[in-house]
Design a protein around this ligand. Sequence first.
Ligand SMILES: Cc1cc2nc3c(=O)[nH]c(=O)nc-3n(C[C@H](O)[C@H](O)[C@H](O)COP(=O)(O)OP(=O)(O)OC[C@H]3O[C@@H](n4cnc5c(N)ncnc54)[C@H](O)[C@@H]3O)c2cc1C
Length: 506
Amino acid sequence: MKRRRRILLWLALAGVLVIIVALVVIARPALHLWRVSSADRDALPPIPAGHADDASRQNQTEIHEIIAVAEDRAEAEAQLAHLLHKAASEGLRVSIAGSKHTMGGHTIYPGGIVIDMTTFDDFELDASTKFLHVQAGATWDEIIAYLDQHDRSVAIMQSNNSFTVGGSISANCHGWPPNHPPIASTVRSFRLMGADGSIKTCSRDENAELFALALGGYGLFGIILDVELDVVPNERYRIERTTLAADSMPQAFRASVLERDDAALAYCRLRVTEERFLEDAVLNVFRSDPDGPIPELADASMASVKRSVFRGSAGSDYGKRLRWNAELAVSDRLAEQAVSRNSLLNDPVQLYQDRSDTTVDILHEYFVPPVNFAAFLTAMREIIPRHSGDLLNVTVRHVIEDPDTFLRYADQEMFALVLLFSQQRTDAGDVQMQAMTRELIDAALQHDGRYYLPYRLHATVAQFERAYPQGREFFELKRKYDPQELFQNTFYLKYGSSVTDPAMDE
Ligand SMILES: Cc1cc2nc3c(=O)[nH]c(=O)nc-3n(C[C@H](O)[C@H](O)[C@H](O)COP(=O)(O)OP(=O)(O)OC[C@H]3O[C@@H](n4cnc5c(N)ncnc54)[C@H](O)[C@@H]3O)c2cc1C
Protein backbone atom coordinates (compact mmCIF):
# COMPACT_ATOMS: atom_id res chain seq x y z
CA MET A 1 0.00 0.00 0.00
CA LYS A 2 2.80 2.33 1.07
CA ARG A 3 4.72 1.47 -2.09
CA ARG A 4 1.68 2.27 -4.29
CA ARG A 5 1.21 5.63 -2.61
CA ARG A 6 4.89 6.45 -3.13
CA ILE A 7 4.64 5.58 -6.85
CA LEU A 8 1.52 7.75 -7.20
CA LEU A 9 3.30 10.61 -5.47
CA TRP A 10 6.28 10.29 -7.83
CA LEU A 11 3.98 10.18 -10.84
CA ALA A 12 2.15 13.32 -9.65
CA LEU A 13 5.48 15.10 -9.11
CA ALA A 14 6.70 14.08 -12.55
CA GLY A 15 3.43 15.34 -14.06
CA VAL A 16 3.81 18.73 -12.36
CA LEU A 17 7.41 18.92 -13.54
CA VAL A 18 6.41 18.17 -17.13
CA ILE A 19 3.73 20.88 -16.94
CA ILE A 20 6.24 23.40 -15.50
CA VAL A 21 8.83 22.60 -18.18
CA ALA A 22 6.16 22.81 -20.92
CA LEU A 23 4.97 26.13 -19.52
CA VAL A 24 8.52 27.51 -19.43
CA VAL A 25 9.23 26.30 -22.98
CA ILE A 26 5.96 27.61 -24.38
CA ALA A 27 5.34 30.58 -22.09
CA ARG A 28 8.50 32.53 -22.89
CA PRO A 29 8.09 32.56 -26.66
CA ALA A 30 4.32 33.00 -26.35
CA LEU A 31 4.75 35.98 -24.02
CA HIS A 32 7.45 37.45 -26.27
CA LEU A 33 5.27 37.15 -29.39
CA TRP A 34 2.20 38.46 -27.57
CA ARG A 35 4.19 41.53 -26.41
CA VAL A 36 5.42 42.15 -29.96
CA SER A 37 2.03 41.82 -31.61
CA SER A 38 0.24 43.97 -29.03
CA ALA A 39 2.78 46.80 -29.53
CA ASP A 40 2.45 46.56 -33.34
CA ARG A 41 0.57 49.23 -35.33
CA ASP A 42 -1.80 48.55 -38.21
CA ALA A 43 -0.49 51.28 -40.50
CA LEU A 44 2.40 53.67 -40.97
CA PRO A 45 2.00 57.18 -39.53
CA PRO A 46 0.69 59.53 -42.29
CA ILE A 47 2.93 62.00 -44.14
CA PRO A 48 1.79 65.63 -43.67
CA ALA A 49 0.21 67.34 -46.71
CA GLY A 50 2.70 69.15 -48.94
CA HIS A 51 5.48 66.71 -48.02
CA ALA A 52 7.02 63.58 -49.51
CA ASP A 53 8.98 60.78 -47.88
CA ASP A 54 10.25 57.32 -48.81
CA ALA A 55 10.70 53.89 -47.24
CA SER A 56 13.44 55.21 -44.93
CA ARG A 57 10.86 57.43 -43.15
CA GLN A 58 13.86 59.75 -42.63
CA ASN A 59 13.38 61.92 -45.69
CA GLN A 60 10.26 63.96 -44.98
CA THR A 61 10.68 66.95 -47.32
CA GLU A 62 8.49 69.87 -48.30
CA ILE A 63 7.70 69.68 -52.00
CA HIS A 64 5.82 71.82 -54.52
CA GLU A 65 3.19 69.22 -55.38
CA ILE A 66 2.55 65.57 -56.18
CA ILE A 67 0.99 64.92 -59.59
CA ALA A 68 -0.72 61.59 -60.27
CA VAL A 69 -0.37 60.47 -63.88
CA ALA A 70 -3.61 60.12 -65.89
CA GLU A 71 -4.65 56.52 -66.48
CA ASP A 72 -5.36 56.93 -70.19
CA ARG A 73 -2.17 56.63 -72.26
CA ALA A 74 -2.71 59.55 -74.66
CA GLU A 75 -3.97 61.77 -71.86
CA ALA A 76 -0.98 60.82 -69.68
CA GLU A 77 1.52 61.64 -72.41
CA ALA A 78 -0.06 65.06 -73.05
CA GLN A 79 -0.29 65.73 -69.30
CA LEU A 80 3.38 64.85 -68.68
CA ALA A 81 4.72 66.83 -71.67
CA HIS A 82 2.75 69.88 -70.50
CA LEU A 83 3.97 69.40 -66.93
CA LEU A 84 7.63 69.27 -68.02
CA HIS A 85 7.30 72.47 -70.10
CA LYS A 86 5.60 74.24 -67.22
CA ALA A 87 8.22 73.06 -64.68
CA ALA A 88 11.06 74.19 -66.96
CA SER A 89 9.53 77.61 -67.50
CA GLU A 90 8.92 78.10 -63.76
CA GLY A 91 12.38 76.83 -62.75
CA LEU A 92 10.97 73.85 -60.85
CA ARG A 93 12.67 70.43 -60.64
CA VAL A 94 10.91 67.16 -61.30
CA SER A 95 11.38 63.85 -59.51
CA ILE A 96 9.67 60.58 -60.39
CA ALA A 97 8.15 58.17 -57.88
CA GLY A 98 7.01 54.56 -58.11
CA SER A 99 6.39 52.71 -54.84
CA LYS A 100 9.04 54.91 -53.10
CA HIS A 101 10.99 52.01 -51.64
CA THR A 102 14.30 53.68 -52.29
CA MET A 103 15.66 55.15 -49.05
CA GLY A 104 17.83 58.13 -50.01
CA GLY A 105 15.36 60.65 -51.40
CA HIS A 106 15.74 59.16 -54.90
CA THR A 107 12.09 60.13 -55.54
CA ILE A 108 12.26 63.57 -53.90
CA TYR A 109 13.70 67.01 -54.66
CA PRO A 110 13.16 69.78 -52.07
CA GLY A 111 10.49 72.17 -53.38
CA GLY A 112 10.11 70.11 -56.56
CA ILE A 113 7.26 68.38 -58.36
CA VAL A 114 6.85 64.64 -57.69
CA ILE A 115 5.33 62.60 -60.52
CA ASP A 116 3.41 59.68 -59.02
CA MET A 117 3.58 56.90 -61.62
CA THR A 118 1.49 54.35 -59.72
CA THR A 119 -1.74 55.33 -61.49
CA PHE A 120 -0.18 54.46 -64.86
CA ASP A 121 -0.34 50.70 -64.52
CA ASP A 122 -1.86 48.79 -67.44
CA PHE A 123 -0.21 45.69 -68.86
CA GLU A 124 -0.81 42.97 -71.40
CA LEU A 125 0.97 39.78 -72.40
CA ASP A 126 1.83 39.58 -76.07
CA ALA A 127 0.21 36.28 -76.98
CA SER A 128 2.55 35.45 -79.87
CA THR A 129 5.94 36.53 -78.59
CA LYS A 130 5.22 36.03 -74.88
CA PHE A 131 6.67 39.29 -73.59
CA LEU A 132 4.86 41.64 -71.27
CA HIS A 133 3.96 45.13 -72.41
CA VAL A 134 3.68 47.02 -69.13
CA GLN A 135 3.22 50.63 -68.04
CA ALA A 136 5.88 51.79 -65.61
CA GLY A 137 3.62 52.34 -62.58
CA ALA A 138 2.37 48.73 -62.45
CA THR A 139 3.52 46.76 -59.41
CA TRP A 140 4.69 43.14 -59.32
CA ASP A 141 1.75 41.97 -57.18
CA GLU A 142 -0.71 42.95 -59.95
CA ILE A 143 1.58 41.55 -62.64
CA ILE A 144 2.13 38.20 -60.89
CA ALA A 145 -1.62 37.67 -60.41
CA TYR A 146 -2.15 38.34 -64.14
CA LEU A 147 0.79 36.26 -65.39
CA ASP A 148 -0.28 33.37 -63.19
CA GLN A 149 -3.50 33.15 -65.21
CA HIS A 150 -1.36 32.78 -68.34
CA ASP A 151 1.11 30.24 -66.88
CA ARG A 152 3.91 32.82 -66.96
CA SER A 153 6.03 34.48 -64.29
CA VAL A 154 8.44 37.38 -63.81
CA ALA A 155 11.97 36.54 -64.98
CA ILE A 156 13.97 38.79 -62.61
CA MET A 157 12.57 40.89 -59.78
CA GLN A 158 13.21 41.63 -56.10
CA SER A 159 12.31 39.16 -53.36
CA ASN A 160 9.08 41.12 -52.65
CA ASN A 161 6.20 42.10 -54.90
CA SER A 162 5.51 45.70 -53.81
CA PHE A 163 7.66 47.58 -56.34
CA THR A 164 6.78 49.26 -59.63
CA VAL A 165 8.33 48.17 -62.90
CA GLY A 166 9.67 51.73 -63.48
CA GLY A 167 11.30 51.86 -60.03
CA SER A 168 12.69 48.34 -60.41
CA ILE A 169 14.39 48.93 -63.74
CA SER A 170 15.58 52.40 -62.67
CA ALA A 171 17.44 50.78 -59.74
CA ASN A 172 18.28 47.73 -61.90
CA CYS A 173 17.09 45.33 -59.22
CA HIS A 174 17.99 41.67 -58.87
CA GLY A 175 16.61 38.79 -56.82
CA TRP A 176 16.79 35.05 -56.27
CA PRO A 177 17.41 33.70 -59.81
CA PRO A 178 21.05 32.52 -59.72
CA ASN A 179 23.38 32.76 -62.71
CA HIS A 180 21.53 35.76 -64.14
CA PRO A 181 22.42 39.43 -64.53
CA PRO A 182 20.07 41.99 -62.93
CA ILE A 183 16.62 42.89 -64.34
CA ALA A 184 18.00 45.08 -67.17
CA SER A 185 18.83 41.85 -69.01
CA THR A 186 15.08 41.11 -69.27
CA VAL A 187 14.14 44.53 -70.69
CA ARG A 188 13.68 44.46 -74.48
CA SER A 189 12.81 48.12 -74.84
CA PHE A 190 11.04 51.02 -73.18
CA ARG A 191 9.63 54.40 -74.18
CA LEU A 192 11.20 57.37 -72.45
CA MET A 193 9.86 60.92 -72.24
CA GLY A 194 12.83 63.30 -72.14
CA ALA A 195 13.07 66.74 -70.51
CA ASP A 196 11.73 68.41 -73.68
CA GLY A 197 8.59 66.25 -73.62
CA SER A 198 9.53 64.18 -76.68
CA ILE A 199 9.24 60.38 -76.52
CA LYS A 200 12.00 57.99 -77.64
CA THR A 201 11.95 54.22 -77.91
CA CYS A 202 15.12 52.84 -76.31
CA SER A 203 16.52 49.36 -76.85
CA ARG A 204 19.84 47.66 -77.49
CA ASP A 205 19.48 48.76 -81.16
CA GLU A 206 17.68 52.08 -80.93
CA ASN A 207 18.90 54.95 -78.71
CA ALA A 208 21.22 52.39 -77.16
CA GLU A 209 23.13 54.94 -75.05
CA LEU A 210 19.93 56.17 -73.40
CA PHE A 211 18.84 52.55 -72.91
CA ALA A 212 22.00 51.84 -70.89
CA LEU A 213 21.78 55.11 -68.95
CA ALA A 214 18.10 55.03 -67.95
CA LEU A 215 18.28 51.37 -66.77
CA GLY A 216 19.77 51.84 -63.32
CA GLY A 217 19.53 55.59 -63.97
CA TYR A 218 17.40 56.55 -60.95
CA GLY A 219 14.97 58.74 -62.88
CA LEU A 220 17.61 61.20 -64.08
CA PHE A 221 17.16 60.76 -67.85
CA GLY A 222 13.41 61.05 -68.22
CA ILE A 223 10.12 59.37 -67.51
CA ILE A 224 9.99 55.70 -68.45
CA LEU A 225 6.45 55.33 -69.76
CA ASP A 226 6.17 51.68 -70.66
CA VAL A 227 8.39 48.66 -71.00
CA GLU A 228 8.62 45.43 -72.98
CA LEU A 229 9.75 42.82 -70.53
CA ASP A 230 10.72 39.18 -71.04
CA VAL A 231 8.73 36.74 -68.93
CA VAL A 232 9.34 33.07 -68.14
CA PRO A 233 7.06 30.08 -67.55
CA ASN A 234 5.53 29.71 -64.12
CA GLU A 235 6.90 26.46 -62.67
CA ARG A 236 6.52 24.00 -59.88
CA TYR A 237 9.49 23.85 -57.52
CA ARG A 238 10.44 21.81 -54.50
CA ILE A 239 12.36 23.37 -51.65
CA GLU A 240 15.70 22.09 -50.43
CA ARG A 241 17.27 23.54 -47.29
CA THR A 242 20.80 22.84 -46.04
CA THR A 243 22.58 24.23 -42.99
CA LEU A 244 26.27 24.98 -43.39
CA ALA A 245 29.17 27.09 -42.18
CA ALA A 246 28.72 30.59 -43.61
CA ASP A 247 32.34 30.79 -44.81
CA SER A 248 31.84 27.72 -46.99
CA MET A 249 28.74 29.20 -48.68
CA PRO A 250 30.40 29.99 -52.06
CA GLN A 251 31.59 26.38 -52.53
CA ALA A 252 28.24 24.94 -51.41
CA PHE A 253 26.37 27.40 -53.64
CA ARG A 254 28.50 26.43 -56.62
CA ALA A 255 27.94 22.70 -56.09
CA SER A 256 24.22 22.78 -55.24
CA VAL A 257 23.10 25.66 -57.40
CA LEU A 258 25.45 26.83 -60.13
CA GLU A 259 26.52 23.38 -61.28
CA ARG A 260 22.98 22.02 -61.33
CA ASP A 261 20.43 22.65 -64.10
CA ASP A 262 17.40 22.32 -61.85
CA ALA A 263 18.17 25.17 -59.37
CA ALA A 264 15.74 27.88 -60.50
CA LEU A 265 15.87 30.18 -57.47
CA ALA A 266 18.29 30.23 -54.55
CA TYR A 267 19.34 32.33 -51.59
CA CYS A 268 21.19 31.86 -48.37
CA ARG A 269 20.24 33.24 -44.95
CA LEU A 270 22.93 33.95 -42.34
CA ARG A 271 22.61 33.61 -38.58
CA VAL A 272 22.40 37.00 -36.81
CA THR A 273 22.29 35.93 -33.13
CA GLU A 274 25.04 37.23 -30.81
CA GLU A 275 26.37 33.70 -30.44
CA ARG A 276 27.88 32.44 -33.71
CA PHE A 277 27.18 35.84 -35.32
CA LEU A 278 27.32 35.38 -39.14
CA GLU A 279 28.95 31.98 -38.73
CA ASP A 280 26.08 29.70 -39.76
CA ALA A 281 23.98 29.73 -42.89
CA VAL A 282 20.93 28.08 -44.37
CA LEU A 283 21.01 27.58 -48.12
CA ASN A 284 17.53 27.56 -49.72
CA VAL A 285 17.33 26.09 -53.19
CA PHE A 286 14.14 25.89 -55.24
CA ARG A 287 14.48 23.06 -57.73
CA SER A 288 12.34 22.60 -60.84
CA ASP A 289 9.96 19.72 -60.31
CA PRO A 290 7.92 19.33 -63.49
CA ASP A 291 6.26 16.04 -62.47
CA GLY A 292 3.09 17.33 -60.92
CA PRO A 293 0.53 20.13 -61.06
CA ILE A 294 1.65 23.71 -60.40
CA PRO A 295 0.15 24.76 -57.06
CA GLU A 296 -2.30 27.66 -57.16
CA LEU A 297 -1.06 31.19 -56.50
CA ALA A 298 -1.10 31.72 -52.74
CA ASP A 299 -0.54 34.67 -50.43
CA ALA A 300 2.05 34.35 -47.64
CA SER A 301 0.84 31.68 -45.20
CA MET A 302 0.67 32.35 -41.42
CA ALA A 303 1.40 36.01 -42.13
CA SER A 304 0.70 37.36 -38.63
CA VAL A 305 2.86 34.72 -36.89
CA LYS A 306 5.70 35.27 -39.38
CA ARG A 307 5.42 39.02 -38.80
CA SER A 308 5.51 38.74 -35.00
CA VAL A 309 8.48 36.33 -35.07
CA PHE A 310 10.35 38.71 -37.37
CA ARG A 311 9.42 41.95 -35.59
CA GLY A 312 10.24 40.32 -32.26
CA SER A 313 13.86 39.95 -33.39
CA ALA A 314 14.36 43.75 -33.45
CA GLY A 315 16.23 44.91 -30.35
CA SER A 316 16.20 41.39 -28.85
CA ASP A 317 18.82 38.67 -29.05
CA TYR A 318 16.24 36.31 -27.56
CA GLY A 319 13.92 37.19 -30.48
CA LYS A 320 16.75 36.59 -32.98
CA ARG A 321 17.43 33.13 -31.49
CA LEU A 322 13.73 32.34 -31.51
CA ARG A 323 13.46 33.25 -35.19
CA TRP A 324 16.58 31.30 -36.18
CA ASN A 325 15.43 28.18 -34.28
CA ALA A 326 11.86 28.48 -35.59
CA GLU A 327 13.15 28.63 -39.17
CA LEU A 328 15.36 25.59 -38.63
CA ALA A 329 12.42 23.73 -37.09
CA VAL A 330 10.15 24.30 -40.09
CA SER A 331 12.89 23.32 -42.56
CA ASP A 332 12.08 19.62 -42.37
CA ARG A 333 8.39 20.27 -42.87
CA LEU A 334 9.11 22.42 -45.92
CA ALA A 335 11.58 19.99 -47.44
CA GLU A 336 10.29 18.41 -50.61
CA GLN A 337 7.10 20.52 -50.47
CA ALA A 338 5.86 21.70 -53.89
CA VAL A 339 5.45 25.43 -54.45
CA SER A 340 4.89 27.63 -57.50
CA ARG A 341 7.40 30.21 -58.68
CA ASN A 342 4.70 32.86 -58.61
CA SER A 343 3.78 32.14 -54.97
CA LEU A 344 7.43 32.40 -53.94
CA LEU A 345 7.73 35.84 -55.53
CA ASN A 346 4.46 37.06 -54.07
CA ASP A 347 5.34 38.31 -50.55
CA PRO A 348 4.58 42.01 -49.98
CA VAL A 349 7.07 44.30 -48.20
CA GLN A 350 4.30 45.12 -45.68
CA LEU A 351 4.57 41.60 -44.23
CA TYR A 352 7.66 42.50 -42.19
CA GLN A 353 7.80 46.32 -42.38
CA ASP A 354 8.46 48.26 -39.14
CA ARG A 355 5.54 50.66 -38.56
CA SER A 356 6.58 52.10 -35.22
CA ASP A 357 7.19 55.78 -34.56
CA THR A 358 10.57 55.27 -32.95
CA THR A 359 12.45 52.81 -35.14
CA VAL A 360 12.71 51.95 -38.84
CA ASP A 361 14.24 49.13 -40.88
CA ILE A 362 17.10 50.20 -43.11
CA LEU A 363 18.55 48.10 -45.91
CA HIS A 364 22.16 47.88 -47.06
CA GLU A 365 23.56 45.77 -49.84
CA TYR A 366 27.14 44.86 -50.71
CA PHE A 367 28.37 42.93 -53.74
CA VAL A 368 31.59 40.93 -53.49
CA PRO A 369 33.25 38.49 -55.90
CA PRO A 370 32.89 34.87 -54.69
CA VAL A 371 36.62 34.53 -53.83
CA ASN A 372 36.32 37.44 -51.37
CA PHE A 373 33.06 36.39 -49.74
CA ALA A 374 34.60 34.84 -46.59
CA ALA A 375 37.01 37.76 -46.10
CA PHE A 376 34.18 40.29 -46.38
CA LEU A 377 32.17 38.27 -43.87
CA THR A 378 35.11 38.42 -41.44
CA ALA A 379 35.08 42.21 -41.76
CA MET A 380 31.30 42.34 -41.18
CA ARG A 381 31.64 40.22 -38.01
CA GLU A 382 34.01 42.84 -36.61
CA ILE A 383 32.42 46.09 -37.87
CA ILE A 384 28.73 45.52 -37.07
CA PRO A 385 28.99 44.64 -33.33
CA ARG A 386 31.53 47.45 -32.80
CA HIS A 387 28.86 49.91 -34.03
CA SER A 388 26.09 48.11 -32.09
CA GLY A 389 24.24 47.55 -35.38
CA ASP A 390 20.93 45.80 -34.77
CA LEU A 391 21.14 43.38 -37.70
CA LEU A 392 17.80 41.63 -38.30
CA ASN A 393 18.45 39.73 -41.47
CA VAL A 394 21.11 38.84 -44.02
CA THR A 395 20.37 37.06 -47.26
CA VAL A 396 22.92 36.25 -49.93
CA ARG A 397 22.06 36.03 -53.61
CA HIS A 398 24.07 35.42 -56.76
CA VAL A 399 24.32 37.71 -59.77
CA ILE A 400 26.46 37.54 -62.87
CA GLU A 401 28.04 40.34 -64.91
CA ASP A 402 25.59 42.97 -66.12
CA PRO A 403 26.26 43.70 -69.81
CA ASP A 404 23.50 46.30 -70.15
CA THR A 405 23.60 49.25 -67.77
CA PHE A 406 26.01 52.17 -67.66
CA LEU A 407 26.15 52.70 -63.86
CA ARG A 408 26.53 49.05 -62.97
CA TYR A 409 27.20 47.31 -59.70
CA ALA A 410 27.68 43.82 -61.16
CA ASP A 411 30.80 44.37 -63.26
CA GLN A 412 31.71 40.73 -62.61
CA GLU A 413 30.15 37.67 -60.93
CA MET A 414 29.12 38.70 -57.41
CA PHE A 415 27.51 37.44 -54.26
CA ALA A 416 25.09 40.08 -53.02
CA LEU A 417 24.75 40.42 -49.26
CA VAL A 418 21.46 42.11 -48.35
CA LEU A 419 21.51 43.40 -44.77
CA LEU A 420 18.45 44.64 -42.92
CA PHE A 421 19.07 46.73 -39.79
CA SER A 422 16.71 48.29 -37.29
CA GLN A 423 17.67 51.84 -36.33
CA GLN A 424 16.29 54.67 -34.20
CA ARG A 425 14.42 57.36 -36.16
CA THR A 426 16.62 60.10 -34.74
CA ASP A 427 19.58 62.15 -35.99
CA ALA A 428 21.80 60.22 -33.57
CA GLY A 429 20.50 56.92 -35.00
CA ASP A 430 21.32 58.11 -38.50
CA VAL A 431 24.81 59.32 -37.53
CA GLN A 432 25.56 55.93 -35.95
CA MET A 433 24.27 54.13 -39.07
CA GLN A 434 26.31 56.39 -41.34
CA ALA A 435 29.56 55.59 -39.52
CA MET A 436 28.92 51.85 -39.77
CA THR A 437 27.82 52.05 -43.41
CA ARG A 438 30.99 53.87 -44.42
CA GLU A 439 33.15 51.19 -42.81
CA LEU A 440 31.16 48.42 -44.50
CA ILE A 441 31.53 50.19 -47.85
CA ASP A 442 35.28 50.50 -47.32
CA ALA A 443 35.45 46.80 -46.51
CA ALA A 444 33.48 45.94 -49.68
CA LEU A 445 35.76 48.19 -51.77
CA GLN A 446 38.87 46.59 -50.24
CA HIS A 447 37.51 43.24 -51.40
CA ASP A 448 36.91 44.39 -54.97
CA GLY A 449 33.23 44.83 -54.20
CA ARG A 450 30.50 47.44 -54.65
CA TYR A 451 27.57 48.74 -52.66
CA TYR A 452 23.97 49.16 -53.88
CA LEU A 453 22.68 52.67 -54.62
CA PRO A 454 18.94 52.73 -53.71
CA TYR A 455 19.47 52.98 -49.97
CA ARG A 456 20.60 55.76 -47.58
CA LEU A 457 23.06 58.27 -49.03
CA HIS A 458 25.68 57.49 -46.37
CA ALA A 459 28.53 56.80 -48.80
CA THR A 460 30.92 59.71 -49.22
CA VAL A 461 31.35 61.14 -52.73
CA ALA A 462 34.84 59.56 -52.80
CA GLN A 463 33.37 56.15 -51.89
CA PHE A 464 30.70 56.52 -54.59
CA GLU A 465 33.37 57.32 -57.17
CA ARG A 466 35.50 54.31 -56.17
CA ALA A 467 32.50 51.96 -56.31
CA TYR A 468 31.19 53.47 -59.55
CA PRO A 469 34.20 54.63 -61.60
CA GLN A 470 31.84 55.42 -64.48
CA GLY A 471 29.87 57.79 -62.18
CA ARG A 472 31.33 61.08 -63.43
CA GLU A 473 30.68 60.25 -67.06
CA PHE A 474 27.18 59.05 -66.12
CA PHE A 475 26.37 62.47 -64.64
CA GLU A 476 27.97 64.31 -67.58
CA LEU A 477 25.74 62.32 -69.93
CA LYS A 478 22.78 63.17 -67.72
CA ARG A 479 23.48 66.85 -68.41
CA LYS A 480 23.91 66.13 -72.13
CA TYR A 481 20.38 64.67 -72.28
CA ASP A 482 18.89 67.03 -69.67
CA PRO A 483 20.93 70.28 -69.93
CA GLN A 484 18.56 72.21 -67.66
CA GLU A 485 18.84 69.49 -64.99
CA LEU A 486 15.06 69.25 -64.86
CA PHE A 487 15.01 65.69 -63.50
CA GLN A 488 16.58 65.77 -60.07
CA ASN A 489 16.45 64.05 -56.70
CA THR A 490 18.58 64.06 -53.57
CA PHE A 491 20.74 61.20 -54.89
CA TYR A 492 21.71 63.48 -57.79
CA LEU A 493 22.14 66.45 -55.45
CA LYS A 494 24.68 64.54 -53.38
CA TYR A 495 26.69 62.66 -56.01
CA GLY A 496 26.11 64.22 -59.40
CA SER A 497 24.72 67.70 -59.54
CA SER A 498 26.77 70.46 -61.18
CA VAL A 499 26.13 72.45 -57.99
CA THR A 500 26.69 69.94 -55.19
CA ASP A 501 26.16 70.90 -51.57
CA PRO A 502 29.33 70.03 -49.58
CA ALA A 503 27.22 69.82 -46.39
CA MET A 504 25.63 66.66 -47.79
CA ASP A 505 29.00 64.90 -47.64
CA GLU A 506 29.61 65.45 -43.94
C1 LIG B 1 11.95 46.08 -48.20
C2 LIG B 1 12.74 46.26 -49.45
C3 LIG B 1 13.20 45.13 -50.12
C4 LIG B 1 13.97 45.26 -51.27
N1 LIG B 1 14.41 44.15 -51.90
C5 LIG B 1 15.18 44.25 -52.99
C6 LIG B 1 15.67 43.09 -53.66
O1 LIG B 1 15.37 41.97 -53.29
N2 LIG B 1 16.47 43.29 -54.75
C7 LIG B 1 16.78 44.53 -55.21
O2 LIG B 1 17.50 44.63 -56.19
N3 LIG B 1 16.33 45.63 -54.60
C8 LIG B 1 15.54 45.52 -53.52
N4 LIG B 1 15.06 46.64 -52.92
C9 LIG B 1 15.36 47.94 -53.53
C10 LIG B 1 14.31 48.22 -54.62
O3 LIG B 1 14.47 47.34 -55.69
C11 LIG B 1 14.46 49.61 -55.17
O4 LIG B 1 14.35 50.52 -54.12
C12 LIG B 1 13.41 49.91 -56.25
O5 LIG B 1 13.75 51.12 -56.85
C13 LIG B 1 12.04 50.00 -55.64
O6 LIG B 1 11.05 50.22 -56.61
P1 LIG B 1 10.01 51.40 -56.36
O7 LIG B 1 8.87 51.22 -57.29
O8 LIG B 1 9.71 51.55 -54.93
O9 LIG B 1 10.91 52.61 -56.87
P2 LIG B 1 10.98 54.13 -56.33
O10 LIG B 1 11.68 54.15 -55.03
O11 LIG B 1 9.66 54.75 -56.39
O12 LIG B 1 11.92 54.74 -57.44
C14 LIG B 1 13.24 54.30 -57.57
C15 LIG B 1 13.99 55.16 -58.58
O13 LIG B 1 13.43 54.96 -59.86
C16 LIG B 1 12.99 56.19 -60.42
N5 LIG B 1 11.75 55.90 -61.15
C17 LIG B 1 10.62 55.30 -60.67
N6 LIG B 1 9.73 55.18 -61.66
C18 LIG B 1 10.29 55.71 -62.76
C19 LIG B 1 9.84 55.90 -64.09
N7 LIG B 1 8.64 55.50 -64.50
N8 LIG B 1 10.67 56.50 -64.96
C20 LIG B 1 11.89 56.90 -64.58
N9 LIG B 1 12.37 56.77 -63.33
C21 LIG B 1 11.58 56.17 -62.44
C22 LIG B 1 12.79 57.12 -59.25
O14 LIG B 1 12.94 58.46 -59.62
C23 LIG B 1 13.87 56.65 -58.29
O15 LIG B 1 15.08 57.28 -58.57
C24 LIG B 1 14.29 46.55 -51.77
C25 LIG B 1 13.83 47.69 -51.10
C26 LIG B 1 13.07 47.55 -49.95
C27 LIG B 1 12.62 48.77 -49.22
